[in-house]
Ligand binder design. Structure first.
Ligand code: ADP
Length: 268
């Protein structure tokens, strides 16, 4: 290789390295921007309820406050404190997706028990909005982490209640080919298709003011997606504006996992 060829090869590899560096730098910048946005969102989400808490505390300190107003401000304090609590619970869950291999500990569990527990919790708030909360009760064994699937259903059912004014919410499940499809449907406001792609992003809402007003954190669906991903599953959506939404996902049935284990015995 003569000298000018050598210089040519060297120049090509320097150019290649420069391109790689540029693309790494751009990726890093995009990551930084994502992180910056994430922290800005968290700050915003915490600042809002804190303002309400400070305001309510100031009102409670006023002399001669009547009993009705006192109760109203205490109610405000409680609901805003609960909102901050929910925000941190969701954030902790999101943080664990990335860092904890044992985030999901699957076992054999009956969906009937999981659904019953969650429905019991939400029956009161559904009824007080004039919503009928219907659900399946037949036994159906799945291979999943029961606590995490409870969290998925909690988020889906609480959303369904938030975005439905009167009507019906149904929680159903059925077995099909070794899989169990679980579905939460409502007759609420529905979701325009333009939002479907970003709905599961952290802090994404179709209507920020409305969601905050209803005590939402904007993290519920990203938590749902992360939990299902850890179960090798995903969340699906069908929705029609003004008619309602259906969120659904599949889990492995207990039987299919037991059968697979029999076919491929583990090394001891
Ligand atoms: P939020 O705390 O705001 O409910 P989520 O991540 O759980 O956050 O949901 C994101 C957004 O998706 C909500 O703000 C709302 O705009 C929309 N959404 C979720 N579930 C429903 C539903 N069942 N009906 C209508 N809109 C919904």
């Amino acid at each position: 290789m003569n000298r000018s060829d050598e210089i040519g090869t060297l120049a090509a590899s320097v150019n290649e390295m420069a391109q790689k560096l540029r693309s790494d730098y751009q990726q890093l910048q995009a990551l930084n921007e994502k992180q910056r946005q994430f922290f800005a969102d968290i700050t915003h989400e915490v600042r809002n309820p804190l303002h309400t808490i400070m305001g309510s505390l100031e009102m409670l300190e006023l002399p001669g406050l009547d009993e009705e107003k006192r109760r109203k401000y205490v109610r405000n304090l409680r609901s805003q404190a609960e909102r901050i609590g929910r925000l941190f619970k969701d954030l902790m869950t999101l943080q664990r997706f990335d860092s904890d291999e044992k985030f999901v500990i699957p076992g054999h569990a009956d969906l009937a028990d999981i659904v019953q527990d969650v429905v019991d919790w939400y029956q009161y708030s559904a009824r007080s909005k004039g919503i009928s909360l219907e659900y399946d009760t037949h036994s159906c064994m799945v291979y999943a982490d029961p606590g995490k699937i409870e969290q998925v259903l909690e988020n889906l059912i609480s959303n369904a209640i938030k975005f439905t004014n009167e009507g019906t919410i149904s929680v159903t499940y059925s077995r099909n080919n070794g899989l169990v499809e679980v579905s939460v449907s409502d007759t609420g406001i529905g979701i325009p298709e333009a939002h479907w792609g970003r709905l599961f992003d952290r802090f994404y809402r179709t209507d920020k003011a409305r969601s905050r007003d209803k005590g939402g954190t904007g993290l519920g669906l990203s938590v749902v997606k992360g939990i299902l991903k850890a179960h090798d599953s995903d969340i699906q959506l069908e929705s029609e504006v003004g008619k309602g939404s259906r969120f659904f996902f599949v889990l492995k049935s207990s039987e299919s996992v037991q059968m697979k284990n029999r076919e491929t015995p583990q090394d001891t």
